[in-house]
Design a protein around this ligand. Sequence first.
Ligand SMILES: NC(=O)C1=CN([C@@H]2O[C@H](COP(=O)(O)OP(=O)(O)OC[C@H]3O[C@@H](n4cnc5c(N)ncnc54)[C@H](O)[C@@H]3O)[C@@H](O)[C@H]2O)C=CC1
Ligand SMILES: O=C(CO)COP(=O)(O)O
Length: 438
Amino acid sequence: MTSPNDSNKNNNSANNEAGNNTSEKQNGMLASILERASKSGIGRKKSTRSPVESAVAKDMADIHSNPTKLRLAFLGGGSFGTAMANLAARNGCDATLWVRNKRTVKAMAKTQTNKKYLPGYKLDDRLKYSHDLAATVKDKDIIFIAVPGLAFRETVKNIAPLISGQSIVSLTKGMEKDTFAMMSDIIKEVLPEVNFGVMSGPNLAIEIMKNMPSATVIASESEPLRHAVQAALHSAFFRVFASDDVRGVELGGALKNIYAIAMGMAAAYEVGENTKAMILTRALAEMSRFGVEEGANPLTFLGLSGVGDLYATCSSELSRNYRIGNMLGRGMSIDAAVKKLGQTAEGVNTIQQVHEKATKAGIYMPITHALYAVIYEDKAALGVALHLMEAGFRSDVEFVMAHDHSNAALTAHMKNSSNSAKDNTKDDAKSKNSDADK
Ligand SMILES: NC(=O)C1=CN([C@@H]2O[C@H](COP(=O)(O)OP(=O)(O)OC[C@H]3O[C@@H](n4cnc5c(N)ncnc54)[C@H](O)[C@@H]3O)[C@@H](O)[C@H]2O)C=CC1
Ligand SMILES: O=C(CO)COP(=O)(O)O
């Protein structure tokens, strides 16, 4: 295991390249105000805490004053694994980041930066790096997995023989190819005895590295695990909320990638704010409809891991899924866009999985099907969008007023009227032609 303390520290002054511009200075100022505020307790609620809040606060105080208390492994040296490992190390946890490439590990320990995925951001001195998987997961309390969805099963299988009581938390927002398994399904399948959770929320890694205030959700049926994750990662810049709806939280993180691609594509067509709002809210309707079919609580989609992450990812060019959509909207092929991105964009696979699953299960997912038609069936985007707009009548929030026979009846009625209007037009044209023939 390589600790930065063992390494050449001449690079400690690694430049934060973004720090040279004004907006970065403002971010730095905001961060320092928040840090001072959190140290002095300004803004903290003085009211009596509930027993659970007190327990968490006590855990956090212990953990923050005793760095060796929580021992954490982070598997996956991309932007998110690195950002989360850095948060934990900064909070005083014993945090090790596992990266599969030995040379990358050496370079990270030496420069204390992740040059490929988070260039210019200095990582905490206390963060450890390793390419030795067994040594990394041994004697840890929690193993966080942040590899792409397509590599998740392989990673869980690799650590399976090394598990002796550690809990596992998935940070991955993908779905397995062809099986439609979520990451929690894979953990349950490969390690049925293990305590697990999933963490998801509006967490663009670069913004977290810039100390921009952010929040996330840890979902687990295990209360101690939820508390441990909250205590380990919580800071003045990063709030960790809790849920016991694992399915809902995990689906929120995976499904929003589909709509970030749709929004990136819409942005390429320079649509207005009304259109963006329509896409966002109808996306939320699709997500919660699909979620309910999969056993999630629809209200979860109103939280950070649902509408929160949907908003962040659909609004930002920092989102790789949004960028893929934008490149597609500018006429690039999916293969070319994925190659140009060079990073993980889970939505590319998730569209295919959800399209297939929803088709089989008869779940109404018009935006997903439309995207699938554009990306994988080479249909023209504008024609597909127009078709979407002409789709039948629906209720707004179907958990308030169900999509029932009255909507369906109105749709059928309008279709019939428009068909007979078309027939009349055709008849008129025919009779005009036959008049002309006369
Ligand atoms: N980057 C972000 O802002 C956020 C990402 N996530 C999720 O985290 C997951 C990981 O994404 P990123 O870190 O952004 O990806 P990334 O594209 O930045 O990096 C992926 C990392 O995984 C490694 N990797 C790939 N296959 C592997 C394997 N078989 N074994 C071990 N390592 C392997 C790569 O070498 C690379 O270090 C994704 O599911 C993503 O949706 C979640 C929240 C935010
Ligand atoms: O999940 C994310 C932010 O919450 C990151 O989104 P992308 O994977 O699209 O970059």
